[in-house]
Design a protein around this ligand. Structure first.
Ligand SMILES: [Fe+2]
Length: 288
């Protein structure tokens, strides 16, 4: 078995590996400025009409427009209606989704991103239950959720044969996917995803959430709350993009670790279910 570093080095040497688009870096910068205005955000988006189009589509959707007869016409209108938090999430999701424009033979990107958006929104929601000592900023819960499985896409696109073999092995041996990936590729999608996060200079908290979304207890203490919450959401939405009150019993132990009472869990599941519905609006991001 090749040591993980070989696979990770190979990943870095793949010429087609996309770098994080400049627009995402600029958008993150403006949204993290506490003094930013909708006008400042719009000025950043000026050079990226397709991102503005996506923002307008979501802002004018029934979910956000409600009964308002007014159509948002400009980026300023859209950011004002959506609020900074939603607008930032939509810009980030748009930027990341279009980095991998075509389906790989083994992964349906539409289904992949639909689920990633659901996990991102629910992780963001679950962050409201984080203890006061959790210092990671709330935006990282969304980003960590959105990108938790980004290593899967990288593996599928850049190590296609090995990726397929790992899926076959997992199926044949009834082995967890991550184990099969390590067996075949020498690294799992969590490690590959973390490597991408570093290449893209994403915050250390997001890199840690990606690396530890299957083994949160191994996460460095400063990011463990984030990793635990993304992990629980991944479990709730395991293999699908909906949830129900029955999910309360599936991961009883972990809810307790997160400090949620039985009532909190049911409230969260109701909200997460709503978020999953909301993520359908975001599907317009997937149709270009
Ligand atoms: Fe995963």
């Amino acid at each position: 078995m090749a040591p993980p570093t070989d696979t990770l080095r190979m990943l870095q040497s793949v010429k087609a590996l996309p770098s994080l688009p400049e627009i995402i870096i600029l958008v993150e910068k403006v949204f993290s400025n506490p003094n930013a205005s909708a006008q400042m955000v719009a000025a950043v988006l000026d050079d990226d009409p397709s991102m503005v189009t996506q923002l307008l589509r979501v802002a004018n959707s029934a979910l956000y427009a409600g009964a308002s007869p007014q159509q948002c016409q400009t980026a300023v209108d859209a950011v004002t209606r959506l609020g900074f938090r939603e607008a930032r999430n939509i810009c980030l999701a748009t930027g990341v989704v279009r980095m991998f424009p075509s389906d790989g033979p083994a992964v349906n990107l539409r289904a992949f991103w639909r689920r990633s958006l659901v996990v991102a929104n629910a992780s963001h929601e679950l962050a409201s239950y984080a203890p006061p000592e959790a210092t990671v900023e709330r935006a990282a819960y969304y980003t960590g959720g959105l990108l938790h499985d980004i290593g899967v896409i990288a593996m599928e696109q850049f190590f296609h044969e090995e990726f397929l073999r790992s899926r076959e092995l997992a199926k044949e041996e009834g082995m967890p996917i991550v184990e099969a990936e390590r067996e075949v590729l020498g690294a799992d999608h969590c490690e590959v995803g973390e490597e991408l996060a570093w290449l893209w200079r994403l915050p250390a908290s997001v890199a840690a959430a990606i690396r530890h979304h299957h083994d949160p207890e191994q996460c460095p203490p400063e990011y463990i709350d984030l990793a635990r919450r993304v992990h629980v959401v991944v479990k709730v939405f395991d293999g699908n993009d909906s949830c129900s009150p029955d999910d309360k019993d599936v991961i009883d132990e972990e809810w307790r670790t997160l400090g949620l009472s039985g009532r909190d869990v049911l409230m969260f599941l109701a909200l997460a279910s709503e978020q999953a519905e909301k993520s359908k609006v975001f599907e317009s991001l997937l149709s270009g």
